[in-house]
Design a protein around this ligand. Structure first.
Ligand code: GDR
Length: 324
């Protein structure tokens, strides 16, 4: 029997890699497609899978469209990857962020409860929920203290997932993913902003790179590795929550150093700190402990930060080169 999956956020970085993984496993993949005036399918085209996904028009902010998507797809597995996912924008659009990232999760869980209660559910939770809480390494038992409207909305999404699991017996799991990047990362996020700039500077199209807080520390992994953990969570007999991370933390500054060194440049010659990119509140350090994912799911990150940044710089050199 062919398995059917419904993926929200299918045009995003994680959605694209997950869809590729599921198609490779023989799934029928349905993707919720929000109507936008701009082209959103470029990632799916880059992976060569845009023609293989069954799109269902809908939006996490529209509960009726979620119900329709559930009925239409008859999904066995539902992956909720759709979100307003840029932390900095969540201060400018706090209500939209809450509507999509918090209430949207309830809308989807309700649609499952009413129309496909045997479907398994994955919620994209985030290390941003830990926020101010500094632990030696953050794990599933670390308390939460979000530091942005995004983090607060995601914490609601996390707890409503736990509550629907405990209240209605849904097979609902939540992956607390630390930062995960790739050549398909949106340009607004710091790693891709850096690797794109490195390519432009190397090819003589840009001179400087303006960044915010370069002392922030993040636990960065490769998105392609992380979508495997999502799938594994839904293959378990019992639903649960898992931290997905590398267990290594690096400053934005050192990540820049790696990226510029990949093309033989010194970041200090190009990076300018610009307070315009500082956030109203910052999460200073994130460092995860993926021991449970390794023990229960048999999952391990396979890509180091140096390999990841190298892969991103290479892809951006090709992209910028093509523009010329
Ligand atoms: P983050 O990712 O907020 O951690 O959330 P981002 O790459 O935006 O920021 C990482 C850190 O870099 C600092 N920083 C800058 N960030 C951006 N975007 N632009 C800059 O110029 C800049 N300069 C310094 C930030 O202040 C921050 O400390 C990501 C998102 O994918 C979330 O959706 C996800 O939940 C978490 O990761 C896990």
């Amino acid at each position: 029997m062919t398995k059917r999956a419904l993926v929200t956020g299918v045009t995003g970085q994680d959605g694209a890699y997950l869809a590729q993984l599921l198609l490779g496993k023989g799934y029928e993949v349905h993707g919720l497609l929000a109507r936008r005036s701009t082209d959103t399918k470029w990632r799916l085209r880059e992976l060569g899978i845009d023609g293989d996904i069954r799109f269902i028009e809908g939006d996490l902010a529209d509960a009726a469209s979620l119900q329709r998507a559930l009925v239409k797809s008859q999904a066995d597995e539902v992956y909720n990857l759709g979100a307003q996912s840029f932390v900095a924008s969540s201060w400018d659009q706090p209500l939209l962020t809450g509507t999509v990232d918090a209430l949207g999760v309830t809308g989807l869980l309700e649609a499952i409860r009413q129309f496909k209660p045997d479907a398994r559910f994955y919620q994209a939770s985030t290390s941003e929920m830990f926020g101010l809480i500094q632990a030696e390494r953050q794990d599933e038992n670390t308390p939460f203290y979000p530091r942005s409207p995004y983090g607060v909305a995601k914490l609601y999404g996390h707890w409503i997932t736990v509550n629907y699991r405990e209240s209605f017996g849904l097979h609902a799991s939540s992956g607390i993913l630390f930062n995960h990047e790739s050549p398909l990362r949106g340009i607004e996020f710091v790693t891709r902003k850096v690797t794109d700039a490195v390519a432009r500077i190397k090819l003589g199209k840009q001179r400087e790179l303006r960044l915010g807080n370069i002392d922030a520390k993040r636990d960065w992994g490769f998105a392609g590795d992380y979508v495997e953990a999502m799938w594994l969570m839904l293959q378990q007999a019992k639903p649960a929550d898992y931290v997905v991370a590398t267990g290594v933390t690096t400053t934005v500054r050192d990540m820049c150093k790696i990226a510029f060194e990949a093309v033989g440049l010194n970041y200090q010659d190009h990076v300018v700190v610009d307070p315009a990119f500082f956030r109203p509140a910052e999460v200073d350090i994130l460092l995860g402990n993926p021991a449970k994912a390794e023990r229960v799911l048999g999952w391990k990150p396979r890509t180091s930060l140096v390999e990841l940044i190298g892969m991103m710089v290479e892809a951006d050199l090709r992209r910028v080169g093509r523009e010329q």
